[in-house]
Design a protein around this ligand. Structure first.
Ligand code: GLC
Ligand code: CA
Length: 532
């Protein structure tokens, strides 16, 4: 691995849900001009790349994850010219742009599907997955993860089509060479416009079993969970496409692809990334961990050992599909616990993916049944209220609608925006936002932190997590106290004899003493030291 700073490996990526980020024309929906207006903010925060959830034309049955045209921008977000401007303005600030490509399925309003469902002999029929009924019923036992059977009957032509997500998201047929060619050309289309990278939505679902065999069953709460997803996910044919995608990206300088590995193990996720494959794939363990250093350490060690030497890990505490970490960790309002979470995520060996609002400790909104937008919430209420909670508008200021829009936002703003917003936190040197800025700066300036090796200092920690990061002759020690009470981290013989200087802490301004072999931490402390 080269020593030179590589934006997607050594840098920090910030996910934006464009609908909820910044609205420039007050229609209640965020847009590209709004986003362009916030690039200075992102540069000030210090991120290296932004990943935009889908901005292609979409009827919004799944808010952009149902695409009706892969080679255009949805008018509610702007135009292709606005997108070009976004790229140019982002590049001026050294910010790279990652697009979300949803190539497993399209919208049922996509012209290809409109054609496909017209008749069995339509030239686009085979662009989707159509099957005859079996004994007058569905072709097999496959289920939709968003609820109900994965097969939808089409009265007109007497066949079923397959959809892993809602029925308005029919799955594309990647076994058809014309489909494959057309979908791969989407990478060129956007890379030619200067797009730096791609996040591949549920890419390991592209292929389904050619024989449409039933999935084996197991115990599970929902019908979907009561199956081993042997035949509707991770088919061997996927690796060929992964190689094709990488070859396209390698024909441009410094392009990147990160895959959303869906319903799979860490080993499988690791298998899809590396030389000649995707640059990275997500592991989502951090989204499920309790606020406990031991569970995080276990995930880190598992991910570190699963990933191959020619690949690179990443860490995710938040995204647009899950409860925000501040809500999950029941973070007290002083944000000190969130500083510990940030201190961990930004000092691990792996690309940190932040999600808009995480840097100011945004919490989930509570939606009433009548306010639900997300198809998952609509289907599963009240067992699962859906994903609207983490998608509320970005809290910029105490102005109307948190400064997001002067019009009625598509989703309500969290009532805490009056006190929890960017403007207030930017002015407070002790705020979470300013702590993120310091961490991002430190990470960028310290090679051991962005590319160094990782070694944990304690095993099965109950209250404090400690580790070393090392690059060349630079050694950094990170100690994180997960609790409110003071704790001590035991340093082994060789560490205690070294001299340490303070790089950053949320609780002290001068170096702590480690001479006696113990590093004493305050409650909720992030302590980052460098060996002198
Ligand atoms: C991914 C996206 C999610 C979307 C689904 C279907 O999991 O992150 O938001 O609903 O794919 O495209
Ligand atoms: Ca708008």
């Amino acid at each position: 691995m080269s020593k030179e700073y590589l934006w997607w490996r050594d840098g920090v990526i910030y996910q934006i849900y464009p609908r909820s980020f910044a609205d420039s024309n007050d229609d209640g929906i965020g847009d590209l001009h709004g986003l362009i207006g916030k690039l200075d903010y992102l540069a000030e925060l210090g991120v290296d790349g932004i990943w935009l959830s889908p901005i292609n034309p979409s009827p919004d049955k799944d808010f952009g994850y149902d695409v009706a045209n892969y080679k255009d921008i949805d008018p509610k977000y702007g135009t292709l010219a606005d997108y070009d401007l976004l790229i140019a303005e982002a590049h001026k600030r050294n910010i790279h742009v990652i697009m979300d490509l949803v190539l497993n399925h399209s919208s049922d309003q996509h012209p290809w599907f409109v054609e496909s469902r017209k008749s069995k002999d339509n030239p686009y029929r085979d662009w989707y997955i159509w099957q005859d009924p079996k004994n007058g019923k569905v072709p097999n036992n496959w289920q939709s993860i968003f609820g109900g059977k994965a097969w939808e009957f089409d009265e007109k032509t007497g066949q079923y089509f397959y959809h892993m997500f809602v029925k308005e998201q029919p799955d594309l047929n990647w076994r058809n060479a014309a489909v494959r060619k057309e979908l791969l050309s989407v990478f060129n289309f956007w890379a030619d416009r200067g797009t730096d990278g791609f996040r591949l939505d549920v890419f390991n679902e592209y292929f389904k079993d050619a024989q449409f065999r039933d999935n084996p069953t197991k115990i599970g709460r929902r019908a979907f969970d009561a199956q081993e997803h042997l035949y509707d996910t991770n088919q061997p044919e996927m690796m060929g496409v992964v190689h094709d995608i990488r070859a396209i990206l390698d024909s441009y300088p410094e392009r990147y692809a990160v895959g959303e590995t869906f319903m799979t193990t860490m080993e499988k996720a690791a298998y899809y990334s590396g030389e000649g494959k995707l640059h990275a794939t997500f592991d989502f363990s951090f989204l499920w961990n309790k606020w406990d250093p031991g569970s995080f350490l276990k995930s880190i060690q598992k991910w570190e050992s699963a990933i191959s030497a020619d690949s690179w890990p990443n860490y995710v505490l938040n995204n647009h599909d899950n409860k925000r970490s501040a809500t999950r960790f029941k973070a007290p309002e002083d944000d000190e616990r969130l500083k510990v979470a940030a201190g961990m995520q930004l000092t691990l060996r792996g690309t940190p993916f932040l999600y808009a609002g995480e840097e100011i400790g945004m919490r989930d909104i509570k939606v009433k049944r009548s306010e639900i937008q997300d198809p998952v919430g609509k289907h599963y209420w009240p067992i699962n209220v859906g994903r609207d909670g983490c998608r509320s508008p970005m809290q910029w200021s105490k102005d109307i609608n948190a400064g997001f829009s002067k019009g009625k936002p598509w989703l309500k703003v969290h009532p805490n925006y009056i006190t929890r917003n960017v403007e207030v936190q930017a002015e407070d040197p002790k705020s979470l936002f300013n702590f993120y800025r310091k961490l991002l700066k430190l990470r960028r300036e310290t090679p051991a932190l962005h590319r160094g090796s990782f070694m944990s200092l304690n095993f099965d920690p109950k209250r404090v997590l400690g580790y070393l990061r090392q690059d060349g002759d630079q050694t950094v020690l990170v100690a994180l106290n997960f609790g409110k009470r003071k704790v001590r981290l035991a340093l082994g013989n060789s560490l205690r004899r070294r001299q340490w200087e303070l790089l950053l802490s949320n609780k002290r301004v001068t170096s702590p003493s480690v001479a006696n072999g113990w590093l004493a931490l305050e409650g909720d402390e992030v302590c980052i030291l460098r060996q002198k």
